[in-house]
Design a protein around this ligand. Structure first.
Ligand code: URA
Length: 238
């Protein structure tokens, strides 16, 4: 990897600022000054010093976001604000992407990473990673709905869902529920409720596999995963 890209990636500044540092002789690789940003280095093997201090490179970043409504789960879009637009430069330089999608109006837990392998495994239909959502449903959710979801419901395209675990938190004209599913079909929660004649008016993801939404995070805020969370995620995905 180019030394200028590497240093910019881990927050030493923009490529332009890094270029200046290099020119000023502030960067050494294996005890030799490097002035050319194009020089390739191997972050795992080479000893890189900036201002005499060793640089610890890391390849991957893992962020937990409390996705706000109104932004889309994509890396770029011409018209809409994306979850990547909410990231600080120091995190965006790692080029993370959302692991799976939440609808524009859905809130809650979104994992962002540049670790393609982890993402792939978490999203693989073979892994059946459970995802739990909190939702407000128009109308009364009943025991019959619990039973229907447990058996699997037929979506508008004829697909029969895998069993979902529905818990009624509060029933009434509007019902609060929690639903755990192990698949990630397009608009799945909304379509499952549509299959039983009901409408989701609010949707928030609470968990994905072992990862629970940190309720301290305000909408739109994010943080790096804690070592323990990362460990749990890595353990269950292997
Ligand atoms: N199911 C939905 O309908 N929407 C989401 O954003 C996530 C799951």
């Amino acid at each position: 990897m180019r030394i200028d890209k590497l240093l910019a990636n881990i927050g030493y500044g923009s490529r332009k600022e890094v270029k200046k540092m290099l020119k000023a002789g502030q960067v050494a690789v294996n005890e030799e000054l490097v002035k050319d940003g194009k020089q390739h280095v191997n972050p795992k093997e080479d000893r890189i010093l900036v201002h005499g201090e060793e640089v610890h490179y890391r390849e991957f970043i893992y962020l937990m976001m409390n996705k706000p409504p109104g932004v889309i789960s994509a890396t770029e879009d011409l018209r809409e604000e994306t979850v990547i637009d909410l990231l600080a430069h120091e995190h965006a330089v790692f080029e993370p992407f959302p692991v799976g999608r939440l609808d524009k109006d859905t809130e809650g837990l979104l994992l962002l990473t540049n670790d393609g392998k982890l993402s792939h495994r978490l999203l693989s239909p073979k892994k059946h990673v459970p995802k739990t959502y909190f939702a407000v449903i128009e109308g009364e959710v009943t025991a019959a709905d619990i039973e229907a979801f447990r058996r699997g419901v037929t979506l508008d395209d004829g697909y029969v869902t895998k069993p979902g675990e529905l818990v009624i938190v509060k029933s009434g004209l509007h019902s609060d529920i929690e639903l755990t599913i192990t698949e990630g079909k397009f608009h799945q929660v909304k379509r499952m409720f549509a299959a039983v004649g009901k409408r989701v008016v609010y949707l928030k993801r609470l968990s994905m596999g072992p990862l629970q939404l940190d309720e301290e995070l305000e909408l739109g805020e994010y943080r790096e995963l804690l070592p323990k969370e990362l460990e749990l995620l890595m353990d269950q995905e292997s």
